[in-house]
Design a binder for this molecule. Sequence first.
Ligand SMILES: [Zn+2]
Length: 52
Amino acid sequence: MDRWVCEPCGWVYDPAEGDPDGGIEPGVAFEDLPEDWVCPVCGATKDMFSKE
Ligand SMILES: [Zn+2]
């Protein structure tokens, strides 16, 4: 699965780790994240991420 980078802050979503603080378990592809999911660091929405 692909890693995705938050353009505003540089944080990387790694599907192998998920986003535990955001309630996302490891193994969830970026494409499968809820539409209202946001970057845990800066709050950017999914459309502000780009594939690494
Ligand atoms: Zn961010």
